[in-house]
Design a protein around this ligand. Sequence first.
Ligand code: AMP
Ligand code: TRP
Length: 329
Amino acid sequence: MLNNQKIVFSGIQPSGNLHIGNYIGAISQWIEMQKKYNCIFCIVDYHAITVKQDPAILSKKIIEIAKIYIASGIDTQKSFIFKQSDISEHAELAWILNCASARINDLNKMTQFKDKAGQNNVSVGLYDYPVLMAADILLHETDFVPVGDDQVQHVELCRVLAKRFNNQFGQTFKIPELIIKKYGARIMGLDNPNIKMSKSAISPANYIAMTDKPEMAVKKIMRAVTDSGNEIKFDKINKPAISNLLVIYSLLSNQSIEHLEKIYINKNYSDFKKDLANVVSEFLKQFQKKYNNISDKEVENILEKSAKALKPKTDVVLKKVKEKIGVSL
Ligand code: AMP
Ligand code: TRP
């Protein structure tokens, strides 16, 4: 049950392979926030279908993401994990926001859409995706939205839409705040430190999936691109690859970057990578031990229970919105 603590809401799409970038940038923040806040973590299946999905794979991915949340440390006794499509008010509120506050000019500014769409004849849903995300956040009267760097523009848009609605129809939505990590908000690809680590990367050398075999992860680290020179130093401009590996090392081992720089002062890239490979492999082993112990049935029950528990509140919020726009008689 929700108590009087502030509300945290975030979500991940059940598509592609969830990777250590998602863990470091988003999930690791969630774990910390659970201690202080009411936390709601969504599996955003309606966002996933903005691009083509194989239905059989999509349902497996939904279960997989829920297991990853739990094995990462989301406490289902305290926090909620639910599937977006189980609460239809998300889609309903998105439609209302589409009409009452979102404008074409807002959406035309979204850089992620431009990157994803390119010149292709993509779905209308992909274009409208940030409005659905705003609906997710506003429907749960969210205070804080912890995400990685690529979602900053979307959270800012959510704030704009909420304020615009409030201005026109009177105080309705709480204005959420973005929460982003100082380090780790954008983990870069292992094969190219100039592009982000991404679930939809064509080459698996780009990322370490949370479900990669530890031996595979070791290989990926050992083959990761490095910079010229041999110094192990955090310098995003001149040493983007080593800086990225340092961030991963630091956040998975709980040691500061400054401390790591000191340890590796007289060592070479290969020593550094071997140790990092070990850290990543241990992290995955511990994670996967928990992951493999969670049954599909257990996950299905958790998703169902959370949606049931959250629904009464989302009903109230949507009812208020409907009254404001004059469709509730
Ligand atoms: P997505 O993979 O787009 O569903 O993203 C899920 C969450 O992970 C969002 O909060 C993203 O901002 C975050 N995220 C995705 N890729 C990265 C990355 N390479 N580094 C850090 N955070 C990321
Ligand atoms: N769009 C986000 C992503 O791809 C996922 C998401 C959907 C989300 N709804 C959200 C994140 C609400 C935070 C809050 O990463």
